[in-house]
Each structure stands twice: as structure tokens, then as C-alpha cells.
Design a protein around this ligand. Structure first.
Ligand code: DX5
Ligand code: ZN
Length: 219
């Protein structure tokens, strides 16, 4: 199925935190579709990034949906706080949810889009019974915790398999990829059936981030 979405969600993990407002204004004026927030608790992943105050601050400036990726061990108590802070899409990791159907219901109940992230070792088969409840599946193409890592190539096969599952179930779920995305991996990912690309270092390390977003959007 030809994917008509082709969205870009810049990850602010790689932004300039001394001038975050400037980077958000750049994203507002760019062709980016969403803004990606990598929230890390130092327990589920071996790094701590940022939390609710950053989302609240960005929400005041952002003109695009906030795509919040929770790399935290216990997301349920934070569903409403992230909604209140301005999250539009809330993504939890499959690997930490004992009652994923209930968690997704709670996210939807707060008026957000539901997202489920899979680590590189987790098969897309685990989503077979619940794909109809998911608005976005986030496939990690690096081991979560840090930006600037090398792309894990078996992700392409996972995209093809997930696209088939979504089409078979006639679901409207979007496929988002996170980690090591650049022009080369991004092109192959879109061709494999991905809808949304998260990119951090490739965008924010570039001389002209807005032009890089344009290139990703039009590969
Ligand atoms: C990993 C993070 C990164 C980040 C993107 O936990 O989720 O994947 O969003 O990082 P880059 O684009 O620099 O690989
Ligand atoms: Zn992420």
C-alpha cells in the first residue's frame, strides 16, 4: 500500500537546550508535522532526559502536535499529567505495560492519540490482538536511551511485517520510526511502509535544520 503520510517528527533530545525556544520556532516554521519528546527515567533506559516542565514550556510556543515518547517504567500515573502539560500523542513501551489495553484506554480517555513503542528485540507479532486500539506504533531502530546511535537494519523487515498486519486488520495505525534516521535510512523506511520519521541528531546537528527537515519530507 502506498503510504501517503510521510510525516517528520524532530526529536528535541538533540536540540540546543540553551536556546530551546529558538529551535521550537524553527520547527513551527519548518515542514515538520509533529515535535518528538524523548522522556527518559534512568530506570527503563540508562539515561535521564527531561519531563513535564519542558513539555509545558514548549506547549506555549509550539504550533504542531506534541508527540511524547515515554521511556519510563511506570507510565500509568503520568497519563493525565502529560495530557495536562500538552501532550497530543502519548506513546508507552510495550515492554513495561502489564495491562496495555487498559493503559491505551486511559490515554484515549484523556483525549490523546495512543502510541505503543517496541524495542529492537520485540516482535511486531505482540500487537496482533490490539492493533485496532493503536494510533501510532513506534518502532525503535536503536536501543533506547541516547540520540546519535547507529541504525539497526532489521527494522526494515519489521516495518514490512507491521504494515502487512495493519493492512490485514484494516487498521489506520501509523508506523513511526525512531533512531538513526537520516536521508539514506529514511528513504528506505518510507519505501518499506513507514509513515512518520523521528530524527534528532540528523536534524539538529545540520547547518540548516529546516532545510534538512525539508529534505527528509521529500526524499
Ligand atoms: C533514543 C531516542 C533517539 C532519538 C533520536 O532513546 O528516542 O532515538 O529520539 O535520536 P537520533 O535521531 O539522534 O538517532
Ligand atoms: Zn523517541
Amino acid at each position: 500500500m502506498i503510504n501517503v503520510n510521510r510525516k517528520i517528527s524532530p526529536s528535541i533530545l538533540a536540540a540546543d537546550f540553551n536556546n530551546l525556544g529558538k529551535d521550537i520556532l524553527m520547527i513551527n516554521q519548518s515542514e515538520a508535522d509533529w515535535i518528538h519528546f524523548d522522556v527518559m527515567d534512568g530506570v527503563f533506559v540508562p539515561n535521564i532526559s527531561f519531563g513535564l516542565p519542558v513539555i509545558q514550556a514548549v506547549k506555549k510556543l509550539a504550533t504542531k502536535p506534541l508527540d511524547v515518547h515515554l521511556m519510563i517504567l511506570n507510565p500509568d500515573p503520568f497519563i493525565k499529567p502529560f495530557r495536562d502539560s500538552g501532550a497530543d500523542i502519548l506513546t508507552v513501551h510495550f515492554e513495561v505495560c502489564n495491562h496495555l489495553h487498559r493503559t491505551l484506554g486511559a490515554i484515549r480517555g484523556e483525549g490523546m492519540k495512543t502510541g505503543v513503542a517496541l524495542n529492537p528485540h520485540t516482535s511486531v507479532d505482540v500487537l496482533e490482538s490490539i492493533i485496532g486500539e493503536i494510533d501510532v506504533v513506534l518502532l525503535m531502530s536503536v536501543n533506547p536511551g541516547f540520540g546519535g546511535q547507529k541504525f539497526i537494519h532489521h527494522t526494515y523487515q519489521k516495518v514490512v511485517k507491521l504494515r502487512r498486519l495493519i493492512d490485514e486488520r484494516q487498521a489506520t495505525t501509523l508506523i513511526e520510526i525512531d533512531g538513526g534516521v537520516n536521508l539514506e535510512t529514511g528513504k528506505l523506511l518510507f519505501e518499506a511502509g513507514a509513515d512518520v520519521l523521528v530524527a534528532g541528531s540528523f536534524i539538529f546537528d545540520a547547518k540548516d535544520p529546516a532545510a534538512t527537515i525539508h529534505q527528509l519530507k521529500n526524499i
